[in-house]
Design a protein around this ligand. Structure first.
Ligand SMILES: [Zn+2]
Length: 328
């Protein structure tokens, strides 16, 4: 289901841009500047929850602004259940799109939102760069965030980011240390996971598949966290390492859990011989136990590498320039 963004643009009298903006909106955003306050409207991420976002120079009393937004009769009249977050430089009002959504009502509520905000904040002087006060003709979306920044500050920021990125990429990568610490995490985490899995089995052999899968997810997070902390710089090898260690931890856990279950059910002593037999047959045991858990655990092990990769520091800033929407 799509939000009627072009109709909303027409009703509110603002421009539509096919950009994710500060809300990471998959359907694009409406972008406006009113009284020195940047206003963005769009879906929150890929959801149909509507976000109305404002960015201003400063707000001395955020709780007073929040209170005023919550009291506003025009906003309140339309949407009873909604959420607002206010920081010293931003305000976000979000709500689920009501069934009887009317563009005119939305336009009135957005105007009320903007008007309330202007009473509590210091606006930007849009003809000046936010950093150095040089004259600016355009506004930019910096990683989706609307701001006025001059070309010099823009290229300076790009250079700084490039330096930061190079600094990270040229840093040492301590794979051996990551392996040792990660292995310890996998062994300890895997054992705990195995014990928890054993306790999840009742005497009739029933168990909770989602609990088992949840345990593997926790194990993956633990391994990635420890590897990330000890490696200094994450590269492709680190990501493969995260997957391998997660798999090791999960297999250790399975050997322990199946060993204990078999020992209990067959009333044979839980010793190295039993553990050795379980280790040899662990994959077959796991498949026979639950193909569903087998498949999900495999996917989580693969996902650990991806999780590791996306936890690299994000130094990239993308800039998009726009003409300032209207006279100010
Ligand atoms: Zn500047």
């Amino acid at each position: 289901m799509r939000l009627p963004l072009s109709e909303m643009a027409a009703a509110t009298g603002v421009d539509f841009y096919d950009e994710p903006g500060p809300l990471d909106s998959a359907q694009g955003i409406l972008l406006d500047v009113r009284n020195g306050v940047f206003i963005c409207v769009g879906g929150l991420g890929s959801t149909n929850r509507i976000g109305v976002y404002a960015r201003f120079k400063s707000c001395g009393d955020t709780s007073a602004l929040l209170g005023a937004l919550k009291q506003n009769p025009v906003m309140k009249k339309m949407y009873v259940v909604w959420k607002a977050e206010v920081t010293p430089q931003t305000a976000l009002w979000s709500f689920s799109k009501p069934l009887g959504f009317k563009n005119e009502d939305f336009a009135a509520a957005t105007a009320a939102f903007t008007q309330t905000i202007t009473q509590f904040v210091a606006p930007f002087e849009l003809s000046k760069c936010e950093r150095c006060n040089n004259a600016v003709q355009e506004m930019v979306l910096a990683n989706g965030c609307p701001m006025s920044m001059c070309p010099e500050c823009l290229s300076k920021t790009e250079e700084e980011n490039e330096i930061q990125r190079k600094h990270y990429e040229s840093g040492s990568s301590k794979q051996a240390k990551a392996f040792v610490y990660g292995l310890a995490a996998a062994l300890v985490g895997g054992s705990v996971v195995g014990l928890a899995a054993y306790l999840d089995n009742d005497k009739w052999g029933n168990f909770h598949p989602t609990f088992r899968i949840g345990l593997t997810i926790l194990l993956a997070f633990l391994v990635v966290f420890v590897v990330k902390r000890s490696v200094s710089r994450i590269n492709r090898v680190t990501c493969v390492l995260a997957s391998v260690l997660t798999a090791i931890g999960r297999i250790i856990g399975d050997i322990l859990a199946y060993g204990m279950v078999i020992g209990k059910n067959q009333q044979i002593p839980f010793n190295t011989e039993l553990l050795g037999w379980t280790a040899v047959h662990v994959l077959r045991l796991k498949w026979n136990f639950s193909p569903l858990v087998f498949v999900f655990d495999g996917l989580i092990v693969l996902a650990a590498a991806e999780l590791c990769w996306v936890s690299r520091p994000k130094s990239a800033v993308s800039f998009r320039k726009y003409p300032i929407p209207r006279p100010f």
